[in-house]
Design a protein around this ligand. Structure first.
Ligand code: NAP
Ligand code: SF4
Length: 669
């Protein structure tokens, strides 16, 4: 018996016995839309092999108008059933269970055909929805029930009815989006009629022995959202209508509160699931920012939930439960909740993957077979690129020597881990460090490789990283100028600061310097105050007035481009960084030029006239250049080598690209 006995214990839902209590939450991967269903099957089969108790697919549209975008995958025809059958067969062959999520987007659909309870445009789609008449509502219910029946035909063990996150069913529940005056609007009884009727009809379509998960919104985080009494009323009605289990939904997509980003405290919403649990007799599932077996086990052990839903952690490591069960939880590649390769890809129309695990959704194409011939490989630089190359090559059977000039591995990841709200990076460094103990890796810390020492290897990989760019702004004697590296390593900084450069690092440094106390990510009450989140039993929708802590410093964040700073930050997280800094009073200025730095401050020109920003410290966050001196030496010595990560291209460098490039190179050696 391992220490995760609650997580690993079976549970039976509507007669279906799951092997453990880990639900793989629904994620849109984009794989279905490639039309290559063998890739879809391989993706889910890997997670079933890795022990997921119950997999929930990405959202499947019940009809064209309910699709998240035109062409979104669904279950519309006999041909579709055959495709889905490939997936269910593959999962069942691995001993797993799988439910299909039925997702009707309502007014969130990115389509001119979208429909909703009332014709109120959502802030996240340019298309105003058409309000449905009685016949239109009946058609939506019938289509959802038909999708459930087809799911059974396709071999699914059940379905999840998506009733949260502000999608179609959720839109009926609240006055924010439902202004109807007929039997589907007005009183709460009328507003909840649609979700309850959907569940009743879906249960009828499924029969009694299939799992019916209803994802219920426990906290809407939008104005005029549900009260807690309404949530409980709905939960009981959904149970009576035939649901097997209630999954947790947190916040509408249009909410201005982060709900899954890395700065959200771990399991930060699980107390809501715990509060729901005694109100119903069916099991409940906790969700959001649960990314480690210990977190999941604690929630289950102390009775806060019956199951836990994790979605992105299954991208980072398909063997999450297998490793937990084998007592190897420390080997689970951690999801750092960065969204960089998953949700940011989804919202850019790209295939989902994972920063930590580039094989996610590329299972059939990026394979790591044992090497045909074991080689001696030198890797220079133990940042994310170098560590990934070393680990991948070692796993394939090569003998790897990893040189790192610093006394510890991790490179720039240590800088990221020092930013408030990015604490998850510490876990990533620990994981990488643990994997470097692979018997095929010799780790030589505190040792700078030279052209001579690298002669003895069959392959040489340089992952020497980057050097911060000095933008060459004239500075008078007595001016206090630091690089971002010095600041993040603890150099003293005055109470008024100007940051030169507003890329990812400029924003990170601004958050680092603005935060006076401990990171709110590690203090749930402080985080809730900062974002204005309150229990929904105290305020409708769980919204309160945000009360951020006072900033530690007065900060100017500057860039030359004449546009709003932060435009190029992550698609799904940039708004969080901009809102955090705005709440701290950081002044973000675009379109400036830098004239000179004096002991009195920074002279800039942003309009016609030069202006002095009276700052004590100027911090350079002006990007990087590749660190290539060793590469140049090797070129001179005629020694062939590969460059990866920042040593290859510093522009647009980030850990996602570095890790992906490193793994692909090592997979091909
Ligand atoms: P970056 O995103 O390229 O930003 C560099 C900043 O410096 C820009 O604001 C640029 O703006 C300015 N700059 C460039 N050359 C300059 C010069 N000669 N003089 C003055 N200003 C100059 O680079 P970064 O912020 O160092 O980040 C490095 C990489 O790490 C990026 O790919 C970034 O996405 C990634 N990163 C990501 C995150 C994240 O949260 N996902 C966090 C940190 C870093 P102007 O040219 O307009 O002045
Ligand atoms: Fe998690 Fe980031 Fe990977 Fe997405 S890309 S699964 S958030 S680690």
């Amino acid at each position: 018996m391992t220490s995760h006995s609650h997580l690993l214990s079976p549970i039976t839902l509507s007669g279906v016995t799951l092997r453990n209590r880990a639900l793989m939450g629904s994620m849109h991967t984009g794989l279905e839309e490639t039309g290559d269903w063998s890739r879809v099957a391989a993706f889910y089969a890997a997670r079933a092999r890795g022990g997921a108790g119950l997999i929930v697919t990405g959202g499947m549209a019940p009809n064209r108008e309910g699709g998240v975008f035109p062409g979104a995958a669904g279950l519309f025809s006999e041909k579709d059933i055959a495709h889905h059958r490939q997936v269910t067969d593959a999962v069942h062959a691995e001993g797993g269970h799988i439910a299909m999520q039925i997702l009707h987007a309502g007014r969130y659909a990115y389509s001119p055909d979208c429909v909703a309870p009332s014709p109120i445009k959502s802030p996240i789609s340019p298309f105003p929805p058409r309000d449905l008449d009685e016949a239109g509502i009946e058609k939506q219910i019938a289509d959802i029930a038909t999708a459930a029946a087809r799911a059974v035909e396709a071999g699914y063990d059940g379905v999840e009815v998506m009733g949260s996150e502000g999608y179609f069913l959720n839109q009926f529940l609240v006055a924010h989006t439902n202004r109807r005056t007929d039997a589907w609007g007005g009183s709460y009884e009328n507003r909840m009629r649609l979700p309850v009727e959907v569940v009743r009809r879906v249960r009828a379509a499924l029969g009694p022995d299939k799992v019916l998960i209803y994802r219920i919104s426990l906290i809407d985080l939008v104005p005029d959202g549900s009260t807690w009494d309404e949530v409980i009323t709905l939960a009981r009605a959904i149970e009576a209508a035939g649901a097997s289990v209630l999954n947790t939904g947190i916040g509408w997509h249009e909410a201005r509160v982060p709900t899954i980003a890395t700065s959200v405290p771990r399991a930060g919403f699980a107390d809501l699931t715990a509060r729901l649990r005694p109100e119903v007799t069916i099991p409940v599932i906790a969700s959001n920012r649960i990314n480690a077996p210990d977190v999941a086990e604690d929630l289950l052990a102390c009775g806060m939930a019956d199951m836990v839903s994790m979605a992105r952690p299954w991208l980072a490591d398909p063997d999450f439960i297998a490793k937990t069960a084998a007592g190897r939880a420390q080997d689970i590649a951690p999801c750092i909740a960065c969204n960089q390769a998953c949700l940011d890809h989804t919202f850019s129309g790209k295939l989902t993957s994972c920063l930590v695990n580039p094989r996610a959704c590329h299972e059939t194409e990026l394979t790591l077979a044992p090497a045909a011939k074991a080689k001696r490989i030198a890797v220079v630089g133990a940042g994310p690129a170098g560590m990934t190359a070393a680990i991948t090559a070692a796993q394939r059977g090569h003998a790897v020597t990893l040189f790192e000039a610093a006394p510890r591995p991790g490179g720039q990841l240590h800088l990221a881990a020092s930013i408030p709200g990015k604490e998850e990076f510490k876990g990533l460094i620990d994981w990488f460090t643990g994997q470097l103990t692979h018997p095929n890796i010799t780790l030589r810390l505190g040792e700078a490789a030279s052209a001579e020492s690298l002669q003895a290897y069959d392959e040489v990989i340089l992952s020497t990283g980057v050097t911060p760019r000095d933008p060459g702004i004239p500075a008078e004697p007595g001016a206090h100028v630091l690089s971002y590296v010095e600041v993040l390593q603890g150099a003293p900084v005055g109470p008024r600061v100007a940051l030169i450069g507003a890329g990812g690092i400029g924003f990170d440094v601004a958050e680092f310097l603005a935060e006076a106390g401990p990171s709110p990510t590690l203090d749930l009450a402080a985080w809730r105050r900062e974002w204005g989140v309150t229990p929904p039993w105290l305020a409708r929708g769980g919204l309160a007035r945000p009360q951020p802590e006072a900033p530690a410093r007065q900060i100017w964040l500057l860039q030359r481009k004449p546009e709003k700073p932060g435009r190029k930050l992550g698609k799904t997280t940039g708004w969080i960084h901009r809102a955090t800094l705005a709440a701290k009073g950081v002044q973000m200025l675009g379109g400036v030029s830098y004239d000179r730095i004096t002991p009195q401050g920074l002279w800039i020109t942003s309009g016609d006239a030069p202006e002095l920003l009276p700052v004590d410290t100027v911090v350079l966050c002006a990007g990087q250049t590749p660190a290539r001196s060793l590469s140049d030496q090797l070129d001179r010595a005629g020694l062939a080598h590969h460059r990866i990560g920042g040593a290859d291209v510093a522009a647009e460098l980030d850990a996602k690209r570095a890790i992906d490039q490193a793994m692909r190179l090592a997979a091909a050696m």
